[in-house]
Design a protein around this ligand. Structure first.
Ligand code: FAD
Length: 373
């Protein structure tokens, strides 16, 4: 007992969070809310990398129970913050693409078994709801109603500000390295959380705790303002291999995935000419005309051997969150919460336990935006 008769206050865990993208910012906020002593190290500015380049598409239409629960929890948390614009997510397969149509036929019932509000739509339904869409050759379509979009950069910055408001020490323009001792930037921490996006594998490898995460490049294009943006759902055309969504009166078109490993310190940040040309074709297929480009860019996503992320304790006191296969933004509110819980000694997400791999596995990159498992 302390002199005043009060029990001694329990020491608050000190936690270093490496990376202030949406995942690092969320972990930092959740930990700071629970009175941990949090320091966030960010190499550049908040949302400098993938979180500042993402489309912000969010949905809970997953066929796997763990994925579906995480996505639902994340949507709830986006809504609590007023960060989500509800908007349905439609995906379709066009005539002649039996493989995508069959994949949809298999996945939609499995999503429904998980309690997801997902159903098939026929081409007439599609056309009457979104007359802007080209539907003549649609062979199969489905709609996920628990879906919407957010502004990833704004959400990430706001999350970081909330974390600072809860007492976190945010150090931008502060790249750090890990040496496996638990020290970060010369200081000791009870726990270190590495949420450094595409750089996570290198940092952990150098600390002697390798993880099998590869960076791959994806691309996006934003059109000029167009009235077409008012008449589209969020769309994934499985046959064309692209997605689009409305954004502030423009159309955001994405994919151009290159399933090759990239060095996260040396990659082309501009979109490729072929992708920008393909966007004309994508738009023509989706809405019957092409729309002038406003800007385009590339970004990195991260892949794992089994397509599931690595979230949890990799070695004593060393935690990781990476490998989101292009779905890191939509899951971040729930992933950050679960990882903070684990750092504080509670349950994490067993299915995403990073120790399920040795770290030296060789594997092919499979893009995340696909209808196939
Ligand atoms: C074009 C595009 C579209 C996308 N669309 C969607 C979408 O619609 N929905 C969705 O869910 N996901 C989408 N994604 C994926 C999503 O962007 C990522 O999964 C998510 O942003 C990952 O967040 P993160 O915090 O893990 O990584 P990041 O946002 O990359 O953050 C990592 C941070 O770590 C910092 N860092 C790196 N090394 C160090 C170091 N040594 N020291 C300190 N800091 C360091 C970086 O500067 C960076 O800010 C998209 C991605 C791209 C590129």
């Amino acid at each position: 007992m302390a002199a005043g008769g009060q029990p001694p206050a329990e020491a608050l865990p000190s936690v270093a969070v490496v990376g202030c993208g949406v995942v690092g910012a969320t972990v930092a906020l959740e930990l700071a809310r629970r009175d941990a002593d949090v320091t966030v190290f960010e190499a550049g500015d908040v949302a400098a990398e993938s979180s500042g380049r993402a489309a912000g598409i969010c949905y809970d239409a997953f066929a796997d129970a763990v994925d579906a629960e995480i996505a639902e929890r994340a949507l709830d948390r986006f809504r609590e913050r007023g960060a989500l614009t509800d908007h349905p997510y439609v995906w379709l397969a066009r005539s002649g693409d039996d493989r995508s149509a069959e994949a949809m036929a298999e996945h939609v019932p499995r999503m429904r078994q998980q309690g997801r509000d997902v159903s098939f739509l026929d081409a007439d339904d599609l056309e009457s709801r979104w007359p802007t869409l080209e539907t003549d050759d649609v062979a199969r379509a489905a709609i996920a109603r628990n879906a919407g979009y957010a502004d990833p950069a704004a959400y990430t910055r706001e999350t970081a500000e909330l974390a600072v408001g809860e007492g976190a020490d945010l150090r931008t323009e502060t790249p750090v390295e890990l040496d496996g001792t638990g020290r970060v930037d010369g200081e000791d921490y009870d726990a270190v959380v590495v949420a450094a996006g595409a750089h996570t594998a290198r940092l952990l490898g150098e600390a002697g705790h390798p993880i099998p995460v590869k960076a791959y490049r994806v691309q996006a294009l934003l059109t000029e303002q167009t009235p077409l943006a008012d008449g589209v759902p969020m769309l994934y055309d499985a046959t064309g291999g692209y997605y689009l969504r409305p954004r502030d009166g423009r159309l955001f078109v994405g994919d151009g995935t290159i399933p090759e490993e990239y060095d996260p310190t040396d990659w082309e940040e501009s979109a490729d000419g072929w992708f920008r040309e393909n966007c004309d074709e994508y738009l023509d297929t989706a809405v019957g005309e092409s729309v002038t480009e406003s800007r385009s860019w590339a970004g990195l996503c991260t892949a794992t051997p089994d397509g599931d992320p690595l979230v949890g304790e990799r070695a004593p006191g060393l935690y990781v969150a990476s490998g989101f296969q292009g779905h890191g933004f939509m899951r971040a509110p729930a992933i950050g919460e679960a990882l903070a819980n684990e750092v504080l000694g509670e349950e994490g997400i067993d299915a995403f336990d990073p120790t399920r791999f040795e770290g030296d596995e060789s594997f092919e990159i499979v893009e995340g935006m696909t209808l196939e498992d």
